[in-house]
Design a protein around this ligand. Structure first.
Ligand code: FES
Length: 286
């Protein structure tokens, strides 16, 4: 599923074309400077969810005994097409799953993985939760804010450097615990891990992404782009699935991950047995 690595080099003034952000919780079509009408016309004329996407949606739905259970991967499918959850995407899911637009919106706005603004080619998530923050995550996030934006106008949470969807564009976000605290400070690119980061490593990483490169994550699947990752989250994998799976299913624990268990084993420590305490009775609702 990995996309081509041949991407145009960013222009010399690339660093200046930053801050394409739609503003909080607003569909970008409503605020696109000057030409929102033409963007809307295009969206109406060209259905982004053609037969191929409808077919994929049906494959997703067929995995579940109840169709509405397919909503989460369906929203990832929508993001694989448009780079965020658009109004058309919400309507598409609602129609395919026989739900109301409101029901789909309620789910799409609950989870942070569903983006409400157009995403860059890559999504860079910096963990700023307690452990990573103490180990340097806050410094990394601040550095990337000014490196991708400027000292005067640092890039904000979920803002994009470059034009969303265009090669080399990067959406930056801070995240609360990426579930790799033993390897902090941690960054994810399109949800793939880059462990034990420093500000210098993080700057080199985003510079490589902006130059069209796909640095290898510390572990797991090879790097793709945001839309490619979304397609995988919808359950569709590259043609060379076996190779891909070997990467994904390979060993992912680090020395740090196993250290606690090793110390316990060496010293003969075990967890105390839990007493069999009866659960309190729950009153039946009338
Ligand atoms: S605190 Fe950063 S991964 Fe948990």
């Amino acid at each position: 599923m990995t996309s081509s690595t041949e991407r145009p080099e960013p222009g010399p003034d690339y660093a200046d074309q930053t801050h394409v952000a739609a503003g909080g919780d607003v569909d970008v079509r409503g605020i696109a400077p000057g030409d929102s009408a033409s963007i809307l016309d295009t969206a109406v004329l060209e259905d982004p969810f053609g037969p191929d996407i409808v077919d994929k949606a049906q494959q997703i739905i067929a995995r579940y005994p109840v169709s509405r259970s397919a909503l989460l991967p369906m929203l990832h499918l929508v993001q694989s097409v448009q780079g965020y959850v658009t109004q058309e995407g919400i309507a598409f899911c609602a129609k395919q799953l026989d739900l109301s637009d409101a029901e789909v919106s309620a789910v799409a706005t609950f989870y942070t993985m569903y983006k409400r603004r157009p995403c860059g080619e890559h999504l860079v998530s910096v963990c700023t939760n307690t452990l990573c923050a103490a180990l340097g995550g806050d410094d990394i996030y601040k550095k990337l804010q000014t490196h991708l934006g400027s000292e005067e106008k640092p890039l904000g949470h979920e803002e994009t450097a470059g034009t969303p969807g265009e090669p080399g564009s990067i959406t930056l976000e801070h995240a609360e615990c990426l579930a790799a605290c033993d390897l902090g400070p941690v960054i994810q690119v399109n949800y793939e891990y880059f462990d034990n980061q420093t500000t210098d490593k993080a700057v080199a990483l985003v510079d490589a992404l902006r130059a069209g490169k796909k640095p290898a994550p510390t572990r797991g699947a090879p790097l793709t782009d945001f839309k490619g990752a979304e397609l995988q989250l919808a359950g569709f994998f590259p043609e060379d699935e076996q190779t891909y799976r070997a990467d994904v299913d390979g060993p992912s624990q680090a020395v740090e991950t196993l250290r606690g268990a090793q110390v316990a084993q060496e010293r003969g420590w075990t967890a105390p047995v839990m007493e069999d305490v009866p659960l309190p009775a729950v009153e039946e609702k009338k």
